[in-house]
Structures are given as C-alpha cells and as structure tokens.
Design a protein around this ligand. Structure first.
Ligand code: SF4
Length: 189
C-alpha cells in the first residue's frame, strides 16, 4: 500500500475546496481539510458553510477538522480597515489570519506542508496569497504549497463537483463588510 504525504488544506468553503481535494490526491497527497474562517458573518452563514464542508468531506472520505469559530479575532485584527474595498488591506489581513492559524495547526499535528483553497477563486490574487503563505511557512519551519487550483479549468471543475453534491452556494465573500457587495460584484465564489 502506498503511504501518501499528508498535507493540510485550509478550506475557505465547500465549493472552493471541492476540486483541490481531488487535485492534491492526484498529486500524491492525502489532504487533511482544515476549516478555519473567523471572517464569516453572521453565524447562520458560517453554519451553512460548515455543513457544506462536511458534506464535501464525507462524500470524499476525507478527514475534516473544524476549528473554533472566532469572529472576535477577525474583528480585532481588521479594526481600522473596515471600509477597505475588497482586495484591499483588510483582505490581506484576512488571508494572514486564516493561513497562520492553519500553519499552527499543521505544526501541532506533525503535518509539514499546507496550502489553501482560497486561491481557486478568480477574485483572489494568487501571487499575493502565495507570498503570505511562504512568509508564514518560514515562521514555523513548514512548507507552503503554492498551487493555483484555478488553472486548467480548476474553477470550472470545482463548481461541477459542488453542483453534483448540491453544496450551499454563498453570494458574498464572507465577512460583514463584503455583504454590502452582495449580488453586485459577487457572481461566483
Ligand atoms: S472580503 Fe473576503 S477576503 Fe476580504 S476581508 Fe472580507 S471575507 Fe476576507
């Protein structure tokens, strides 16, 4: 039996993490999915996204860790940046919070590599998120796998998997401040 290398996959939501699980397995990894998203608001929305992640992982026989919901941590860190537009400084902080916590969990669990599903969205800056990932990996002596899941139709594929499982589909990025953009600019995950 082949023993696969474990990798911690930070999952931002079920839709975005659908194809990354598949792709990482194709690459020879066994992903441990880590759901840590204190940015999501309100709690009802958070719970819907957790349920979607559970459905995805159950159907793929994939280990899932749901971290504690810590909205206070998010609000404290983005204080002063509430009015930033999407893709601004608040988002950089949001990526940093989630990736750092993921790295800490990976370290604690003896998993030496981590990555994130956030980058699969065409709305997200792969280069910037990769730089944050590398910096955090360096802080903890871990490896960050910078893989642009949206490449080779990854975004299309993730949506197909999510649709086949009827996963909950959000219409805003996640935080309280992105709700105001609902349905204006946010047509996809
Ligand atoms: S818009 Fe999205 S990435 Fe930016 S802070 Fe809000 S939840 Fe985080």
């Amino acid at each position: 039996m082949t023993v696969k290398n474990k990798i911690l996959l930070h999952a931002c939501c079920g839709i975005c993490s659908s194809y990354p699980i598949f792709q990482l397995r194709e690459m020879g990894y066994e992903p441990i999915v880590y759901f840590y998203n204190p940015n999501i608001y309100p709690i009802e929305e958070y719970n819907k996204r957790v349920e979607a992640e559970k459905t995805l992982c159950n159907s793929n026989n994939c280990e899932l860790v749901i971290a504690k919901y810590e909205p206070d941590v998010y609000f404290e860190k983005v204080k002063g940046f509430e009015q930033e537009p999407e893709h601004g400084k608040r988002c950089d902080i949001c990526f940093e919070i989630r990736l750092r916590k993921s790295a800490q969990y990976a370290l604690k669990s003896g998993i030496d590599t981590f990555t994130t599903s956030i980058v699969i969205s065409p709305h997200k800056n792969f280069k910037l998120i990769s730089e944050i990932g590398f910096k955090i990996a360096n802080d903890y002596g871990l490896k960050y796998l910078a893989i642009d899941f949206k490449k080779k139709d990854g975004f299309l594929k993730t949506n197909k998997i999510a649709n086949s499982l009827k996963l909950y589909r959000q219409n805003y990025c996640g935080c309280k401040f992105s709700v105001r953009k609902e349905e204006k600019e946010w047509n996809a995950v």
